[in-house]
Design a binder for this molecule. Sequence first.
Ligand SMILES: Cc1cc2nc3c(=O)[nH]c(=O)nc-3n(C[C@H](O)[C@H](O)[C@H](O)COP(=O)(O)OP(=O)(O)OC[C@H]3O[C@@H](n4cnc5c(N)ncnc54)[C@H](O)[C@@H]3O)c2cc1C
Length: 363
Amino acid sequence: MSPQLDAIVVGAGPAGAMAAHRLGAAGAQVRVLEAAELPRTKPCGGGILGLSRLPLPVDIVDLVDAQVGRCLRLYDHQRPVWQPVGDLTFVDRAAFDLQLIDSACSRYPSVVLETGARVREVDVQETGVRVRTECGRAFRSKFLVAADGVYSRTARCLGLNRRPLVAAAMDVEMEVTPEAWQRESAQATFNHFCIADGYAWIFPKRPGRLSCGIGSWRRRHRVPAAMGEFLARSFRPGEILQQTKLGYPIPLYRDQRPIATARVCLAGDAASLVEPVMGEGIRFALISGDLAGRAVADCLAGHATDCLPYQKAVQDRFANSFFDLSRFILPVLLQAPETFYRKFIEGGANYHRLAAALGSRLD
Ligand SMILES: Cc1cc2nc3c(=O)[nH]c(=O)nc-3n(C[C@H](O)[C@H](O)[C@H](O)COP(=O)(O)OP(=O)(O)OC[C@H]3O[C@@H](n4cnc5c(N)ncnc54)[C@H](O)[C@@H]3O)c2cc1C
C-alpha cells in the first residue's frame, strides 16, 4: 500500500490529463493510473471545435493535423449546405493525449504516471479513497478523479452514472489517393441520416490521410455494414489505399445525474459529458477534467470541504445546455430527421438557442 496521496486520477485521456495538470499546478501529490501503455489508440475523429479558445496547458501547434473554416452538410448524400465553422482543428488522438499527460508529468514532479495499471476496485471511506489495480497494487488518496472513459470501472464501483445512454460508433483512419485528399481536405463533411438515427463524417488529417466515421444514436444499429455502404458511396473505386476500422461507443449526456461525491469527481466520458446531438466529447473532457482538478485542489487548500461544487460548475459551464439538447432537440432528430435537417441545417435555425429557450436558460 502506498503512503496516502493527495489525489488519484484514473485514466490518462484528455479529461485525466487536464485534471493532472490542474492538480500538479496546485502542488498536489498525484498518481495517474492508466490501463494502457502510451501512446494508446483511441477510436476518434479527433475534431475539436474552438481549440484555440481553450486554455490548454501545452502548445499543440505541432500536433495539429489539419484545420478547416467551413463544413459541408448533407442529408443522406444529398441537399448540400455549406456553413462556416469558425475554428475546427483535427488532431491525432494518440499523439495529442500523450503530449497532454507527458507535459503534466514533466512540468510537475509531484504528478506520477503509471501505465499498464488497470484499476479494478475503488472503495471510498470517510478518511479517504482506496484503489486496487488488476495486478494487485494498492493506492490510497484523499480524493479521486475518475476519467476512465465510457466503460468507467470507477463509476461502476461507486454506483455512479449507472446504465449510461450509449451511441454505437466506428472510426476509419484511411490513406487515400491525392485526388480524394484534394476533394475532401478543404472542409469537414457531416452526412446526416445516411445511417438511420445518426450521421457519418469525413475529416481531413495529415496530407493523404482522412478520418471517416459513423455514429448511430440507436445502439443496435449495424454500424460496420452502414460504414461499408457510406465509404462505397463517398469514394470512387481505388481511392482508398489503406484503412483501419475500429468500433467504439460514445456515451451521450442524458440527465443531471450525480457526477460528484464528497471525495470523487467523474470527468469526461466517465460522466457521459458528451454533447448529445453531434457526439462531440474531447472539448468537454478537457473542460471537465480541468474543473475536476480545480474542485479537488480547492478541497486540498481548505477552500472547500468536499467535491460537490464540481457538479454545479460542470452544469453551469455546459451540462445544463446538454440537458436541454437531450430533452428538446434529440427527440426531433430521432423522430423527425427530415424536419431536423430542413429547420436547423437548411433553414439555419439555431437549435442550441431553441433548446435554451425551451429550457428557459436564455441569457
Ligand atoms: C468513433 C468515435 C469518434 C469520435 N470523434 C470525436 C470527434 O471528432 N470530436 C470529439 O470532440 N469527440 C469525438 N469522440 C468522443 C471522444 O473520443 C471522447 O469524448 C473523449 O475521448 C473523452 O475523453 P476522456 O478523457 O473522457 O476518455 P478517454 O479518451 O476514453 O480516456 C480514458 C482513458 O482511461 C483509460 N482507462 C479505461 N479504463 C481504465 C481503468 N479501469 N483503469 C485505468 N485506466 C483506464 C483508457 O485506457 C483511456 O486512456 C468520438 C468518439 C468515438 C467513439
